[in-house]
Write a protein that binds this ligand. Structure first.
Ligand code: GAL
Length: 416
C-alpha cells in the first residue's frame, strides 16, 4: 500500500511509505558549505542520516563565512518558515537562543553525555540559560597558513617561524615573479587574516583585550597600528585580481602552484584533500608565524529551530548523528577541522589534522584558546561587522594604518 502522510511537524518532515516500509523523514538544513571540500564533508553527514532513515532537504546559501546564510535565515524565520536545522557560529547561536527560537536539546545531550565530552569553550556557545540549543560539529581555527611545497622548495623557502621570516619569504617569491599571497578580497576573508595578524603582532593578551574585551586602549594602540601595517604589507603582495575572489578559488591558486601562500582557516585543507593533495608532499600547513602557541577558533554548530515546543524526532536524530564519535571522525577528516568531542582518536587524521587536534588541546590547557573575531566567536555580529568594515576599508586603501586605528575605536564604540 502506498501512501504519503504529510507530517504535521513544521511542514517539512514528510513520512513517505513505500510498500509499507517507512522510507524516511526529512530534515531541511540551511548551511553555507558550497565549496568542493565543504560539499564532500557535508556528504558524510547526508549519508550518515540516510543510513538512519532520515532524508536531507538541502538549503545551501553560498557565501563563505555565513553572512549571506544568516540573512536568508532571518527572512525565513520572519516568514514563520524556519528550517529544521541551521549551520551557525558562536554569538549568532546565542542571539537566536536569546530570542527563544531554538529547540531544547537537553534530553539528547543528557542521554549521550555531551557535557562530559564537549569542551567548555564550545559549550559556552552551544547553551543558553544552561540549555543545550545546538549540536557542535567541529572546531576550525583561523590562524593557519597553507603553502604549495614545490613553490617553496623551488625558491629555497623554509616554513617561516616569525613575522620577519614570513615577510622575507613573501619578498623572495615576489622577486621570483610568483604571486606570494593568494587572497580573496571579501571582508570576512580579510578579517580572517586579521585574526592571525593581530595575534602575531600583539600576542594573546592583546588579542583578548582588543577583540574579546573591546578594550579601547588596546583597540587604539600602537600594536593595533602595527597589525594594520602588516595587513598593508600583505595587501602589497596579493595579485591584482584578488578583489571579490571566493576563498576556495584563492586556495586553488596555492593548490595549482599559482601562488605560494594562503592565510586561511583550516577549511582550506578540505580543498587540498578534495583535490587529492597530500600534506607534507604537495602542501604544507603551519600556524601563522608568531601564533604557534595560540589557537583562534570557530566551531560550526547546527541549531535546531523550535518546532512548536518539541524537539522533532528528526531533529533529535540529526543532533545525535552529529555528536556520534564515528561521524565526528569521518566528517572532520574531510572538512579540515578537528572534532568537537574531546574523546575522538586522531588516528584517521593526516599530519595537519593531528597538529590541529594537538594544538587545540594544548591551547585549551594553557589558556591560549581564543574565539575568532572574524568568525563570530569573539563578539556579537554588530561588533564583528563594524570591525569588518574598517579592516576591509584599510585593505582596499581607503584608510592608512593610523586612520584605521581611529576608525576601529570609533566603529566599535558605536557598535557595542
Ligand atoms: C566558516 C565556517 C567553515 C567554512 C568557512 C568558509 O565560518 O566555520 O565551516 O564554511 O566559513 O565558508
Amino acid at each position: 500500500m502506498k501512501g504519503l502522510i504529510k507530517s504535521a511537524l513544521n511542514g517539512m518532515a514528510v513520512l513517505a511509505f513505500s510498500g509499507g516500509m517507512a522510507v524516511s523523514q526529512e530534515v531541511e538544513v540551511l548551511h553555507w558549505w558550497t565549496s568542493g571540500g565543504e560539499a564532500s564533508a557535508l556528504n558524510v553527514l547526508k549519508q550518515d542520516l540516510e543510513a538512519k532513515g532520515i532524508g536531507w532537504l538541502d538549503m545551501p546559501v553560498a557565501g563563505g563565512g555565513g553572512e549571506q546564510a544568516m540573512t536568508v535565515l532571518r527572512a525565513r524565520v520572519t516568514a514563520g518558515d524556519a528550517p529544521t536545522a541551521v549551520q551557525a557560529l558562536g554569538f549568532d547561536i546565542l542571539d537566536w537562543g536569546a530570542q527563544g527560537a531554538l529547540a531544547n536539546l537537553n534530553d539528547v545531550a543528557a542521554a549521550e553525555g555531551w557535557d562530559d565530552v564537549i569542551p567548555e569553550a564550545l559549550q559556552y556557545f552551544a547553551k543558553y540559560d544552561g540549555q543545550w540549543i545546538s549540536a557542535p560539529v567541529n572546531v576550525h581555527s583561523t590562524n593557519w597558513v597553507w603553502a604549495n611545497k614545490a613553490v617553496l622548495d623551488a625558491n629555497g623557502i623554509a616554513i617561516p617561524e616569525t613575522w620577519e621570516e614570513f615577510m622575507a619569504a613573501i619578498e623572495t617569491l615576489s622577486a621570483a615573479g610568483v604571486t606570494p599571497v593568494a587572497q580573496g578580497g571579501k571582508p570576512w576573508q580579510e578579517a580572517t587574516v586579521f585574526d592571525a595578524v593581530a595575534m602575531s603582532a600583539g600576542g594573546p593578551a592583546f588579542y583578548k583585550a582588543a577583540f574579546i574585551d573591546l578594550d579601547e586602549e588596546a583597540l587604539g594602540s600602537d600594536t593595533m597600528k602595527e597589525a594594520f601595517d602588516r595587513m598593508a604589507f600583505i595587501r602589497a603582495h596579493v595579485d591584482d585580481n584578488f578583489s571579490g575572489r571566493s576563498w576556495n578559488l584563492a586556495t586553488a591558486m596555492v593548490i595549482n602552484g599559482e601562488a605560494g601562500f594562503q592565510m586561511m582557516g583550516d577549511w582550506a585543507k578540505g580543498e587540498f584533500l578534495n583535490a587529492g593533495k597530500v600534506p607534507g608532499e604537495d602542501f604544507l600547513c603551519f600556524r601563522f608565524p608568531g601564533t604557534q602557541n595560540q589557537v583562534t577558533f570557530n566551531a560550526d554548530q547546527f541549531m535546531m529551530f523550535d518546532q512548536g515546543g518539541v524537539v522533532s524526532p528528526e531533529q533529535a536524530a540529526l543532533a545525535s548523528a552529529i555528536l556520534s564519535p564515528s561521524f565526528q571522525s569521518a566528517f572532520n577528516v574531510v572538512k579540515g577541522s578537528v572534532p568537537a568531542r574531546t574523546d575522538v582518536s586522531d588516528e584517521a587524521f593526516d599530519a595537519c589534522g593531528k597538529q590541529g587536534m594537538a594544538d587545540l588541546a594544548s591551547a585549551s590547557a594553557s589558556g591560549n584558546l581564543f574565539g575568532s573575531m572574524a568568525h563570530g566567536h569573539a563578539n556579537q555580529a554588530a561588533v564583528r561587522n563594524a570591525m569588518y568594515d574598517v579592516i576591509t576599508a584599510h585593505f582596499n586603501g581607503e584608510y592608512d594604518s593610523a586612520t584605521a586605528v581611529e576608525e576601529l575605536v570609533d566603529a566599535v564604540s558605536i557598535a557595542k
